[in-house]
Design a protein around this ligand. Structure first.
Ligand SMILES: NC(=O)c1ccc[n+]([C@@H]2O[C@H](COP(=O)([O-])OP(=O)(O)OC[C@H]3O[C@@H](n4cnc5c(N)ncnc54)[C@H](OP(=O)(O)O)[C@@H]3O)[C@@H](O)[C@H]2O)c1
Length: 236
């Protein structure tokens, strides 16, 4: 049985990834900031005892080390860095804090800690588990908004956090290639989650299902790539 660890699994795409991996009989390790308040994750756990839930704020680097210590010796086939923020919600009400002229640099730092440092630190701390897994895959949910050439969405914090994680993961792909680890970046599409500005056109279940198919198909040849949930390559 294969094992996946998914961050930010209490709602949105992360929760649906848990649901669909469980239905494929995978062992699922789900992390979220507040397990006691994660009602949907708890009901999923009641139905699937092989779902394990761990508390984790991905901006807390020491907590990531503690989680890694707790999971010592346990193989992880696929790490999915899903947890991420655009900024405070509802997003449209706060987006001007990411616009030039009204920039909130504390917020920018928080977004970088979540979307950039978190995935890299998790990959570093859980590397022994990934190397012990059979599939050896690290997948990070990025966004086309982080593409320098495809989009010019002026959300400075969110856009740069995704551009930065893209670069970090391509570096990691190079570092880990010889050890047989596939490191890939995916965009889930514009999905109807809390991050929707009102124009999202992809259902959560469709995005998660397509992502799982993509992840299943990834081989070492896909390491260092940035693709949409439907398989299209995204220009850096
Ligand atoms: N939806 C889209 O259209 C879209 C497009 C491109 C990329 N993405 C990416 O897809 C990923 C999932 O987003 P989503 O659309 O499913 O959004 P979502 O519904 O807002 O879910 C985000 C998840 O990340 C968690 N999270 C945020 N900050 C965290 C932290 N510091 N520590 C741990 N967990 C944290 C949230 O937990 P709480 O409930 O505790 O806040 C939540 O579980 C994100 O990386 C996002 O950037 C989404």
């Amino acid at each position: 049985m294969s094992t996946v660890l998914i961050t930010g699994a209490n709602r949105g795409i992360g929760l649906e990834l848990c649901r669909q991996y469980l239905s494929k009989d995978w062992q699922v390790m789900a992390t979220c900031r507040a397990p006691a308040a994660a009602d949907e994750l708890q009901s999923l756990q009641n139905a699937h005892p092989r779902l394990e839930v761990f508390a984790l704020d991905v901006t807390d680097l020491a907590a990531i080390d503690k989680l890694a210590a707790k999971l010592e010796g346990r193989p992880i086939d696929v790490l999915i860095n899903n947890a991420g923020i655009v900024g405070p919600v509802p997003v449209p009400e706060h987006i001007e804090r990411q616009h030039f002229g009204t920039l909130d640099f504390d917020l920018w730092e928080q977004v970088l800690r979540t979307n950039t440092f978190g995935p890299v630190k998790l990959s570093e701390a859980l590397l022994p588990n990934i190397l012990a897994g059979e599939l050896k895959k690290i997948v990070t949910l990025s966004s086309t908004v982080g593409s320098i050439v495809e989009r010019d969405t002026p959300a400075f914090a969110y856009a740069t956090s995704k551009t930065a994680v893209n670069k970090a993961m391509t570096l990691l792909a190079g570092v880990l290639r010889e050890q047989g680890v596939t490191v890939a970046l995916v965009c889930p599409g514009y999905v109807k989650t809390r991050l929707d500005f009102g124009t999202a056109d992809v259902e959560i279940a469709d995005s998660a299902g397509a992502l799982i198919q993509r992840i299943d198909q990834f081989t070492l040849a896909d390491s260092g790539t940035f693709t949409r949930y439907n398989g299209e390559t995204i220009a850096w």
